[in-house]
Structure formats: structure tokens, C-alpha cells
Design a protein around this ligand. Structure first.
Ligand code: CA
Length: 222
């Protein structure tokens, strides 16, 4: 079963919060709620969400400050700001401070749901894709697409190993680097060779190079 998209809703008006929670649950979201900016910040920093729906006027930390703090912490989750302040300058301020979208209250429910669907599609296109020799690795789905072939699904460990190499294509990794970074629960460096072998079987020998006496690197020998 596909996982439900998770959304964090921060809104201090209890009736509106209940309404949003019911509406979004009914539209297929896993909804997490908070009623002030501090609680919202804590949740935003400690849990993973697909979307944020933030009221602008919030107790303790107001909505745009909350969003700015999340952005400063490297959290890029697409955010829609709801606000009673709806003139163009307010919208511009919201967008300038890190929101992807801005909707003035009172809002139309269908419009809110439609705008959230747009934000979700935006997430889908920012899924990281890394270059691998002859094609690409889609990190989240662990699929490799080599030119002229069907996408191939990797196992979790194959995916982790290839991602590690592909994120640093110039770097030569020792077996012990890869053992500690990818196979932290194993202690035999032979597991690294085993998974390199699996990847070469699936993707061809050119995908990973053996650097003799040292370890491995992405790509065919130069
Ligand atoms: Ca409010």
C-alpha cells in the first residue's frame, strides 16, 4: 500500500484546525496538528512531512518566523501559508520568506486542496536523481535507469552502496569506509565486495571500478 502523504497543520483557531484536520484526512492525508508556533517548530524539526500548512498569525512563534527557522535548519518541505492578511504586500512577504504558496482567509476549500496537490507534485519532481555511468539512480525509489533499458530496482543495500559512491563520484572509497558508512551492522569487509558484485551483475561491470589495493570508485576506469 502506498504511504499517505504527511502534512503538518499549525493553526491556533481550534474550530478551523478541526475543520482542516477532517478535510485533509478525508482527502487522503496523514495529518499532524499543532496549535502554536513553538510546538509546530518542534514537530517540523523532528518529524518528516511532505507538506506544511501554516497559519500566519500564531501564538509564541508566528507562522513566517516558524517557516524561516525551519528553512534555516535546512528543512525544505513545501509550505502553504494561510493568512488573514491577504493584500499583495503580505503575499510577497510570505513568498519571500520561504513559502511556496500563500492563501488568504477566508479561503475556498477546493482551492486549498488543489493548491496542496500542486505542492505535492513539486515534491515529486525534486526527488534526487544521481548520475551513474550510463544512466541515473533515483534515490527514493532505488531504481537505476541505464540508457535504452527498463528501470531496475535495487535492494536496499545495493541502493545505499550505489548512492554512497554516486554522491561522491570523484572519491575513492576504501572497503572500511564503505563498511562503516553503508553496512554499519556488519563487520566483515567482504560484504562490500559481495554487494559490488551484485551491482555489477545487475548494472554491468562499468558501474563501479576497483581501485587496486585501495577500494572502489564510481564508474569505469578512466
Ligand atoms: Ca491565527
Amino acid at each position: 500500500m502506498e504511504e499517505l502523504p504527511r502534512i503538518l497543520v499549525v493553526e491556533d483557531d481550534p474550530r478551523l484546525l478541526t475543520m482542516l484536520e477532517e478535510l485533509l484526512s478525508g482527502d487522503g492525508y496523514d495529518v499532524v496538528t499543532a496549535r502554536d508556533g513553538q510546538r509546530g517548530l518542534h514537530l517540523g524539526l523532528t518529524q518528516k512531512f511532505d507538506n506544511l500548512l501554516l497559519d500566519r498569525g500564531l501564538p509564541i512563534i508566528e507562522g513566517l518566523d516558524l517557516l524561516a527557522k525551519l528553512r534555516q535548519s535546512g528543512i525544505q518541505t513545501p509550505a502553504l501559508i494561510l493568512s488573514a492578511l491577504g493584500n499583495p504586500a503580505d503575499r510577497v512577504e510570505g513568498l519571500d520568506r520561504g513559502a511556496e504558496d500563500y492563501l488568504a482567509k477566508p479561503f475556498d476549500i477546493d482551492e486549498l486542496l488543489a493548491r496542496l496537490r500542486v505542492l505535492r507534485r513539486r515534491v515529486a519532481v525534486t526527488v534526487p536523481v544521481l548520475f551513474v555511468p550510463g544512466g541515473s539512480l533515483a534515490v527514493d525509489s532505488r531504481t537505476v535507469t541505464l540508457r535504452g533499458t527498463e528501470p531496475m530496482l535495487l535492494s536496499e543495500r545495493e541502493g545505499d552502496l550505489l548512492e554512497r559512491l554516486a554522491r561522491h563520484p570523484q572519491k575513492v572509497f576504501t572497503r572500511s569506509d564503505l563498511l562503516s558508512e553503508v553496512f554499519a551492522d556488519a563487520d566483515d569487509p567482504g560484504v562490500v565486495d559481495t554487494y559490488v558484485h551484485y551491482l555489477r551483475k545487475k548494472l554491468g561491470r562499468g558501474v563501479i571500478t576497483t581501485i587496486r589495493g585501495i577500494g572502489y570508485q564510481l564508474g569505469p576506469e578512466q
